[in-house]
Design a protein around this ligand. Structure first.
Ligand code: Q9C
Ligand code: ZN
Length: 690
């Protein structure tokens, strides 16, 4: 349905006219750098370009007082001295004769984007604006922000479009206190912000930026603050915050629209944030938000002061809005101690208001006194013991292996044998069909009795084409349908083929009656995850099974609390999702799972279905693999006690090895039993271990 990019060159006009080290970072080049990069990457050309309009004074009045609007209007005619004097009355603010015009364009851009999305003209979009908005309050400018662009957009969405539930995700590195104040008693706007806080020692130095500020009156629980108490937060910390905190709440809230206060001062290199998240991380954050609200995501620029980092992060965001798979994240996916403490304290503060957080252990943690300097990345978690150390080192040695070809932007292929489903194959895959690979297909099929019949063989042939296409980087994702009796053997061949092609890490998510192939290697190249409805068991860190929860809350906590943390920790080159016999998954559930597994695998997901699955299921999976939003799961229903127990049990088992599973800090899960000990294959032990 398309992505809008809203902009107006006039927004480069406002600038600092005097010396002020605090304000000089907010400069016109921020916009031109971002736009230039979007053009160079060919991304601007793929968007629907919209020229920003000025917001009306009535629209400004949705959140600002008439007196404040008049005050800003009057700055247009002031001289430099008067501008400087007035600016001094606010915190970290400069006015320029063009500021009023620019600030109205910034609000107008956000509104235009919102209207385009809510009328269905586009699916999502980004407004590239200056000045930013989230520090701006009803009657005050603050932190380079004059009018609160995102807050006005939210108020407009309620008033003009009749929306009832709007999620604002503020990933800027500063606390959007302006937005918080404007909606703190409003349950129709869920405001989530993470921000550099350092126990209150970072700007804007507010007590109400802490985790225990949860909203007031009717709005209790609808303000969610995640304070970062150390600098150096990185990809693992951000993704963990989304998986364990934001997304559970967001699914329970079930927003009709997602507004992003998209500041990129939370990215690596930024002088304000001092954080470590790479630009690719914003592709993942965007992708994670796109599963909400039917994919209606409106991102509006806030901060971001390192021009390179800003430009690249903007590109990552737009590329993902366009539906391209997120590039794999670099670096070990291990959240730091301080991040876990922060996430945990938010869970504790919010648990009374959200069912989705009640499954987690909510005992508040004591913030441990910092033993290291506040500069630089906090040291990684101390391993819980020798076992963890071995596992972690073995895993990191796996990551040293060269990567496969990167997946192409979007190029899914669908290979189905059922006649009533459209066959969509990219030319390079179809052309080879029936040629040399047929012999190879037969060779692969030979050991498997269930692959003897024609139908099974045809499906296998298609699977092998697709798989090779994916491993060579020609095709990003695919769907293959097999006869039910051939599902297990086909999956087995897919795994063997992947390994023989040189795949170093293959994640296999098997649903329904599909057993782990008996002769599978135990060397850590395969993470086998069976969601099959029997019992929760971790036979090793690479072999996990869990019951399939039936209620929405259980299903979501299984995906967000187990499957995705494992997948992000494993960083697979390829994911096989196999919907086997009696998988029991409804279309929307299967779509959500498949859609979210694109994240950790750089988009390389191969879905295996049974031939007699409905054409609707194949269609829905083809669409999510193409980057479309999965359909809504419907109203939230809480997880069953059994589901919660199973999840907790598996977490307890696997947390020491898979750090992305942690929501409690290390101290809390120490002492959990590890019945299977190190369970590391001999071939891995010692590899790359100092
Ligand atoms: N060195 C936005 O990112 N100065 N505003 C903080 C700490 C104010 C940031 C000084 C920063 C305002 C939209
Ligand atoms: Zn900021």
């Amino acid at each position: 349905m398309g992505t809008a990019l809203v902009y107006h060159e006039d927004m480069t006009a406002t600038r600092l006219l005097w010396d002020d080290p605090e304000c000089e970072i907010e400069r016109p080049e921020r916009l031109t750098a971002a736009l230039d990069r979007l053009r160079k990457c060919g991304l601007e050309q793929r968007c629907l370009r919209l020229s920003a309009r000025e917001a009306s004074e009535e629209e400004l009045g949705l959140v600002h007082s008439p007196e404040y609007v008049s005050l800003v209007r009057e700055t247009q005619v002031l001289g430099k001295e008067e501008l400087q004097a007035l600016s001094g009355q606010f915190d970290a603010i400069y006015f320029h004769p063009s500021t009023f015009h620019c600030a109205r364009l910034a609000v107008g851009a956000a509104l235009q984007l919102l209207d385009a999305v809510l009328t269905g003209e586009v699916q999502n979009g980004l407004a590239l604006v200056r000045p930013p908005g989230h520090h701006s309050q009803r009657a005050a400018a603050s932190g380079f922000c004059v009018f609160n662009n995102v807050a006005i957009a939210a108020a407009h969405a309620k008033q003009k479009h009749g929306l009832h539930r709007i999620l604002i995700v503020d990933w800027d590195v500063h606390h959007g206190q302006g937005t918080q104040y404007l909606f703190e008693d409003d349950p129709s706007v869920l405001y989530f912000s993470w921000h550099r806080y350092e126990h209150g020692r970072f700007w804007p130095f507010l007590r109400e930026s802490d985790a225990d500020a949860v909203g007031r009156g009717q709005g209790l629980g609808f303000t969610v603050n995640l304070p970062w108490n150390q600098v150096g937060m990185g990809n693992a910390d951000y993704v963990a915050a989304f998986l364990h905190l934001l997304l559970p709440l967001a699914f329970e809230f079930d927003p009709e629209l997602v507004l992003v206060s998209a500041g990129f001062d939370s990215a690596i290199g930024d002088p304000e944030g001092q954080m470590q998240a790479t630009p690719e991380c914003f592709a993942h954050l965007t992708q994670l938000l796109q599963v909400l609200a039917g994919g209606r995501v409106c991102a509006v620029l806030e901060g971001g002061y390192h021009l390179e980092s800003l430009a690249e992060s903007v590109c990552m965001t737009v590329q993902t809005l366009l539906g391209d798979p997120a590039p794999p994240l670099s670096g070990p996916m291990v959240p730091c101690q301080s991040a876990l403490e922060s996430i945990q304290s938010v869970c504790a503060a919010q648990a009374p208001h959200w069912k989705s957080l009640q499954l987690q252990d909510v005992t508040p943690v004591q913030t441990s006194p910092s033993t290291h300097s506040s500069e630089g990345r906090p040291p990684p978690l101390l391993p819980g013991g020798p076992v963890c150390k071995t596992a972690a080192s073995a895993l990191s040695s796996l990551f040293d292996q060269p990567c496969l070809h990167p997946a192409p932007p979007v190029c899914p292929a669908v290979a189905l044998t059922a006649p009533d489903i459209t066959l969509v194959l990219p030319p390079d895959v179809t052309q080879q069909e029936g040629s040399a690979l047929n012999e190879e297909t037969e060779a692969w099929a030979k050991p498997h009795e269930s692959l003897a019949q024609d139908e099974a063989l045809t499906a296998l042939g298609k699977l092998l084409y697709l798989l090779d296409g994916m491993l060579d980087g020609q095709v990003s994702s695919g769907i293959v349908a097999t006869p039910p009796s051939a599902a297990a053997a086909t999956l087995d061949v897919a795994i063997q083929r992947g390994l023989s092609h040189g795949a170093q890490r293959l994640l296999c998510v098997a649903l329904g009656q599909l057993d782990r192939p008996p002769d599978l290697v135990h060397d850590g190249r395969i993470l086998w995850l069976n969601i099959r409805g029997k019992e929760a068991a971790a036979l090793s860190m690479f072999q996990v099974s869990t019951p399939l929860p039936v209620l929405t809350g259980g299903f979501l906590s299984c995906i967000l609390g187990l499957v995705l943390p494992l997948a992000y920790g494993f960083q697979p080159e390829l994911v096989l999702v196999a919907l086997g016999p009696a998988h029991g998954l409804q279309g929307p559930h299967a779509a959500l799972l498949t859609s979210m597994l694109r994240g950790p695998a750089g988009g390389r997901v191969l879905a295996l279905l049974e031939e007699d699955s409905t054409p609707q299921l194949a269609g829905i999976l083809a669409r999510v693999l193409h980057g479309e939003a999965p359909p809504s799961l419907g109203p939230y229903s809480v997880a069953s006690p059994e589901d919660t127990q199973a999840l907790r049990y598996l977490r307890g088992q696997l947390e020491p090895q898979w750090k992305m599973l942690q929501v409690t800090s290390e101290a809390d899960c120490r002492g959990m039993a590890l019945p299977w000990g190190p369970a590391l294959p001999q071939s891995l032990v010692g590899r790359g271990v100092p």
